[in-house]
Design a protein around this ligand. Structure first.
Ligand SMILES: Cc1cc2nc3c(=O)[nH]c(=O)nc-3n(C[C@H](O)[C@H](O)[C@H](O)COP(=O)(O)OP(=O)(O)OC[C@H]3O[C@@H](n4cnc5c(N)ncnc54)[C@H](O)[C@@H]3O)c2cc1C
Length: 466
């Protein structure tokens, strides 16, 4: 009999957890689980209480679910990643661990941490698995073995790869012998109570399985048409569960792939956008260090205007669709994808405020905060990332709201002071003053032109074609 340790990280689930599955391979082995809580790491990255409270909820749930399998969970509060190797080493010694299993995380600090851990624990066998993406960044490369920088060829290569290597998910391991739970004096630290004033999403594993099935059954077919309209509940809203690993993205991909190919494709593509940004982060780790993928960013003089930033954050810009979106974020910790693009374009192009400010605010507010997708989304919107929006593409919030919220239903829901106005007046917000509602904080046409001209200058300073 040997002792197997599962080191849980952003994979707080039992279903399709490759590390857990492999640790439980041999019936007679003793299996224990570990989570290292690194609150300073969250501080360093500005992760807000919304996501922190979600992680704590997921952790408490995991502890309960593991107990039902007779697997004890040890939680150690280690402050920052630097202390991981020592903490693991202590647990390995005290529990007589023979082998460690964990699912790979792709951001640079996590990679450094894991490298140190493996070096430090040279006596213990470490097994790593792919559990946080459908494909692994090193599996999907160009013919010349380099990384993709554009999504469409990346996704084509993913589908080709998956044709010959289809996703096979792992089911929840069998319950272990009761003795497995009892023999260990876990010496666990208390799990902190982190509060948020918002409703924390339900991430119970059974609930999520139903949510996924329900989405696939009743919404997947119309997803292609509905997903752009914020007043239609047409998307899966699974992002928070995916971000903390309470739900397996591989499971989502596997189940959706078994639905009708034609109409599942748009949703499968979105799951692959998640993989794409993970691949970018893996192959171009400078994006994890506050730098843009594209060096043109260095030649841009972003505006530093705290008052304007605050108006954007609070949803008081005088642009109805932007305000509605920011208030949705502030009141629920989630924002519709189309609106993430609209508010990001407005902040970076119309207000000319650094995309890092927007990225940081989303990090603070989102339950579904995910470094790769957030960073990728912001760099895309600011036209400084891989496969980014061309710099001259500045979303016009006025036409965005006419197109995607034609009856102003979403706007009225979140910007309550606009409830009494005619739809046509709400859409004419640039020309017509709306009583008790702010005037637009900037002229959209003028700032658009300014942004394009400034981008052109930055590109020429960076010696890039315009
Ligand atoms: C500026 C900006 C910031 C963003 N920040 C985040 C973030 O911090 N966390 C996050 O999970 N997503 C982020 N996104 C992507 C996207 O907006 C959300 O994933 C989506 O709105 C979540 O809603 P859903 O679960 O209903 O998505 P669905 O439409 O049902 O999509 C299913 C899943 O696919 C993934 N996905 C969908 N769209 C994208 C995308 N464009 N990029 C990467 N993955 C995607 C998500 O995991 C999502 O849950 C950001 C996009 C932008 C433009």
């Amino acid at each position: 009999m040997s002792v197997q340790l599962v080191w849980f990280r952003n994979d707080l689930r039992l279903d399709d957890n490759p590390a857990l599955h492999h640790a439980c391979n041999r019936k007679d082995d003793q299996v224990i689980a570990l989570y290292l809580l690194s609150e300073q790491q969250w501080d360093n990255h500005g992760v807000g209480n919304n996501q922190r409270s979600l992680i704590i909820k997921a952790l408490l749930q995991l502890k309960k679910s593991l107990k039902q399998l007779n697997i004890p969970l040890i939680v150690k509060s280690i402050g920052q990643f630097d202390n991981s190797a020592n903490a693991l080493s202590e647990v390995c010694k005290s529990q007589g661990v023979d082998e460690i299993h964990f699912n790979i995380e792709y951001p640079i600090n996590e990679r450094r941490r894991d490298k140190l851990v493996v070096e430090h624990l040279s006596q213990v066998k470490c097994h790593r698995y792919v559990g946080d993406s459908v494909t692994a960044p090193w599996q999907i490369t160009t013919q010349s073995n380099s990384a993709f920088k554009v999504f469409t060829p990346f996704s084509k290569a993913c589908y080709t790869y998956l044709d010959s290597n289809p996703v096979h998910c792992y089911s929840i391991p069998d319950k272990r012998d009761a003795q497995n739970f009892n023999v260990i004096n876990t010496g666990s630290d208390p799990i902190p109570d982190i509060k948020t004033s918002l409703n924390i999403p339900n991430i119970d594993e059974n609930f999520l399985a139903n949510q996924l099935d329900g989405f696939l059954e009743s919404k997947l077919e119309d997803y292609k048409d509905d997903r752009d309209y914020p007043y239609v509940p047409g998307t899966s809203k699974l992002s928070a569960a995916l971000a903390v690993g309470a739900l397996s993205v591989r499971r989502c991909f596997e189940v959706a792939s078994n639905s009708d190919k034609e109409y599942s494709k748009p949703w499968l593509n979105e799951l692959l956008w998640r993989d794409f940004y993970r691949s970018v982060m893996w192959h171009f780790p400078h994006v994890c260090q506050g730098k843009a993928f594209n060096s043109v960013d260095k030649y841009i003089n972003w505006n530093k205007d705290d008052a304007q930033l605050k108006r954007w954050q609070q949803g008081n810009t005088g642009i109805p669709i932007v305000d509605a979106a920011m208030r949705q974020l502030n009141e629920t910790g989630w924002m519709h994808n189309r609106l993430r693009m609209v508010v990001a374009s407005f902040l970076t192009k119309n207000l000319w405020i650094d995309w890092r400010e927007g990225e940081a605010y989303f990090t603070q507010m989102l339950f579904d905060y995910d470094f790769a997708s957030n960073n990728g989304g912001w760099q895309w919107s600011a036209s400084v990332g891989t496969d980014a929006a061309p710099y001259f593409r500045v979303f016009n919030p006025a036409s965005q709201q006419q197109k995607f919220d034609p009856k102003a239903e979403f706007i009225r829901k979140w910007v309550t002071e606009l409830q009494g106005f005619e739809t046509s007046d709400i859409h004419k917000f640039e020309k017509k003053a709306l009583q008790n509602y702010e005037k637009p904080m900037v002229d959209l046409k003028f700032t658009r032109k300014l942004a394009i001209d400034s981008f052109k200058s930055a590109k020429s300073a960076a010696n890039e074609p315009q």
